[in-house]
Design a protein around this ligand. Structure first.
Ligand code: ZN
Length: 149
């Protein structure tokens, strides 16, 4: 594992512990060249998730790409890097159309001032209404399903 500071390839493990559900092992390492410390995570390799893009091309799911996309989407919004990391790590299911639930998470973490979702709630009556974007999205999904057949 290359040191992120100097690029040296050898480091020693100074601490090792399982994370949350024991699905990952967190290792604190110290570079044998520059002595700086960094953290790595060890996970079990699983089958790659394939992302099918709008133009029907396929590519292997790339966590960094997702992270960067989410960072861009949240640029002018009060969503911290930690929240984005957490959303990815806790594994919202990206194998499908989950736009609303993903963005709902941001709404919860951002308080009530920013609205992200495809539905809106009238807080006086508690009534939920679909926004125009919801209907756009419904049509988009329908079209995608039909062309996938
Ligand atoms: Zn180093």
């Amino acid at each position: 594992m290359k040191c992120p500071f100097c690029g040296f390839e050898e480091s020693k493990v100074i601490d090792s512990r399982p994370t949350d559900e024991g699905e990952r092992i967190r290792r604190r390492r110290e570079c044998l060249s520059c002595g700086r410390r960094f953290t790595t995570y060890e996970i079990i390799e699983s089958l790659p998730i394939i992302v099918i893009k709008k133009d029907k091309s396929r590519e292997v799911f790339d966590r960094d790409k997702l992270f960067n996309g989410m960072m861009r989407a949240c640029e002018k919004r009060p969503v911290s890097v930690d929240v984005i990391e957490k959303a990815i790590d806790e594994g919202f299911d990206i194998r499908g159309y989950y736009l609303w639930s993903l963005f709902d998470n941001f709404e919860w973490s951002a308080g009530y001032h920013y609205k992200f979702g495809i539905a809106t709630t009238d807080f006086a009556t508690g009534e939920t209404k679909w926004k125009r974007s919801a209907y756009f999205y419904r049509d988009f999904i329908q079209k995608a399903r039909e062309t996938a057949k």
